[in-house]
Design a protein around this ligand. Sequence first.
Ligand SMILES: Cc1cc2nc3c(=O)[nH]c(=O)nc-3n(C[C@H](O)[C@H](O)[C@H](O)COP(=O)(O)O)c2cc1C
Length: 182
Amino acid sequence: MKSALIIFWSKTGNTEKVAKAIEQGLQQSKMKVTIKKPEDAKALDYFDFDLVCIGCPSYSWHPPEPMSNFLKLKFTEYRQKGKIKLSTPKISGKHALIFVTYSGPHTGIDEATPVGKDIRQYFEHLGFNVIDEWYVLSEFHGSLENSTQGRLGDIRGKPTAEQLQAITDDAKQIGKILLKDQ
Ligand SMILES: Cc1cc2nc3c(=O)[nH]c(=O)nc-3n(C[C@H](O)[C@H](O)[C@H](O)COP(=O)(O)O)c2cc1C
């Protein structure tokens, strides 16, 4: 059986919805899924899983502090264990998926992509194959202005149930592909 670890941080619930949609899809593909918040994931080893999914919102086009602290902590641990190698050989069968929620009120998706690229590097430095970065446009809870008058228009209610279902379907597909790769 293939296994997946989902680690997410969410303040107003958007990233949590996406994390749970991914969890459902992976479970539907018959993967064994563990889902954690960063504070509960410190002792877990990425290398014990076939797929590691990491998600957070964009905060001033960076990962929020609890997520970046977590990523740095794990990176330091792996560096001390000699897992960060020059030229970064790819490790067979180790995959990562990154998901970022954002509202893009000022510059649109450009103020979210640096988050995905940043997280991607932590996994590429470990030799993981990064399957994809998913950017999910989401309501800016607590700010009507940012949810209706920003670069991307009226984003209230996003991600919608249909969008979350599409995420579940995509995650299921990823799970199926990984399961074939025995
Ligand atoms: C302090 C703060 C900073 C934010 N900065 C950005 C940003 O730089 N770019 C962006 O697209 N959205 C930004 N947002 C919007 C959030 O990324 C977006 O609403 C996200 O989906 C919230 O995720 P959550 O509900 O999981 O906490 C910011 C929100 C807050 C509260």
